[in-house]
Design a protein around this ligand. Structure first.
Ligand code: F0G
Length: 402
């Protein structure tokens, strides 16, 4: 039992209405469950394998879901990096280990299932890359067409390859992500395609399970959860899910929700620092972390609430800091992530060195996408392989000179 409710004016809509924003005031919607009517037992959850669908009572899907076995991603202790920056209880939740290599799969298993549940026959999104890769794969699994709009020349190679190979109709626009999102929204509303950007309240339902899994894996509520922020859907989703656990009496406190952006694309950080009631969009966002190259985050109002209500914060990191942390994660921890994902840990390093994060804190960074998503940025940072003649003498002399 659930309805769609406006975050601003509280107006509710029936769950089968295809709606992305409130008809009265234009603000975002969220899925509101009648929590009293749900029978949720922790022991029952604990008996199920850890995955998005472990938590199915708190998801809106009532049909057999379109699933590629998403979620259940590893939570790694970051021992070396933690020691270096003075945080002995630092962890990374590696969302790059999802079926298409990013956390978007949690949203898409729910979102594409909802498309079928609502009898929609075509799905669409705008994307900085990962959403399109994930949507393409889940649409393929569901057997329905997908249309994806990408900012031309600004999407990492692996992501484009995935969207193409999974058979989506891939369109590059000569404009940035914010423009692509505007266009796809217009297309979906005028032509009845089902929009699966994070403005879709059902998609975020899947993503909230990151927080559920963190608590189950850690065995307690962390003091802080840190996420890279682009369109601000994920940080909002995790906070929303924790609110449900809190209302159900399953947790007693919230972690401090902490958002990290790239310096060249940081409207949420500015709003938090300056105490603004809403974000001021940035017209020309720029960063090496193309996944979060977003100037006008559509979920900003939910994200500002999440950060402020939990006593969290937002911080920016430079592209150099992002890439340095991408290398550190790869070389000191064996964890391969794309640049946007390294931003969360780079942000933690900065906040720890500034004394904002206390050494006693249990901190979980969500690392959102896999290293192989953006091979070009990886190759640019590394020395190319040494090419030698195919004989052992050459091999030995090369190794000696290293
Ligand atoms: N990390 C990665 C790897 C992403 O792909 C994204 C968003 C984010 C972080 C930020 O999450 O938008 O919920 O704040 N990627 C979207 C896309 C925009 O189209 O793939 P957010």
């Amino acid at each position: 039992m659930y309805r769609l409710t406006c975050v601003q004016c509280g107006r509710s809509y029936p769950p089968d209405e295809i709606l992305y924003t409130c008809r009265s005031c234009g603000h975002l919607l969220f899925v509101e469950y009648d929590l009293d009517s749900l029978s949720i037992r922790r022991e029952e959850w604990d008996r199920r394998p850890i995955s998005v669908w472990r938590y199915r009572e708190l998801l809106p899907v009532t049909i057999p879901p379109v699933t590629l076995k998403e979620g259940g991603t590893p939570l790694y202790p970051l021992e070396r990096i933690g020691e270096e920056i003075g945080l002995p209880h630092l962890y990374a939740k590696h969302e790059g280990m999802n079926p298409t290599g990013s956390f978007k799969d949690r949203g898409m298993t729910v979102g594409v299932s909802m498309a079928l549940q609502l009898n929609k026959s075509t799905v669409a999104c705008a994307s900085t890359g990962n959403t399109s890769a994930s949507l393409a794969a889940y649409a393929a699994k569901a057997g329905i067409p997908a249309v994806v709009l990408l900012p031309a020349g600004k999407v990492a190679l692996g992501k484009v390859a995935q969207a193409l190979m999974h058979g989506a109709n891939v369109i590059s626009i000569r404009g940035n992500f914010d423009k692509a999102l505007e266009m796809v929204q217009e297309l979906c509303i005028s032509h009845g395609l089902y929009l699966l950007n994070s403005i879709n309240p059902f998609r975020l339902e899947g993503q909230k399970t990151i927080g559920f899994e963190v608590i189950d894996q850690l065995g307690c509520v962390p003091d802080r959860i840190v996420l890279p922020v682009g369109n601000a859907g994920n940080i909002s989703a995790v906070h929303k899910g924790l609110g449900e656990l809190h209302a159900l009496g399953l947790i007693e406190r919230y972690p401090m929700m902490t958002g990290i952006q790239a310096k060249g694309s940081s409207p949420v950080v500015r709003a938090i620092r300056e105490g603004l009631p809403e974000v001021i969009p940035e017209g020309e966002p720029e960063t090496v972390a193309t996944a979060i190259r977003i100037g006008a985050p559509v979920n900003a109002e939910k994200a500002l609430t999440a950060i402020r209500k939990t006593g969290g914060t937002a911080e920016w990191v430079t592209d150099d800091e992002i890439l340095a942390m991408q290398r550190d994660l790869a070389r000191k921890e064996g964890i391969g992530v794309e640049p946007a994902s390294a931003a969360s840990v780079a942000g933690v390093r900065k906040l720890a060195l500034e004394g904002v994060i206390d050494p006693s804190e249990r901190v979980v960074c969500v690392v959102t996408g896999h290293l192989l998503k953006d091979p070009e940025t990886v190759i640019k940072q590394c020395k190319p392989p040494t090419e030698i003649d195919a004989d052992v003498q050459s091999l030995l002399s090369t190794l000696r000179s290293c």
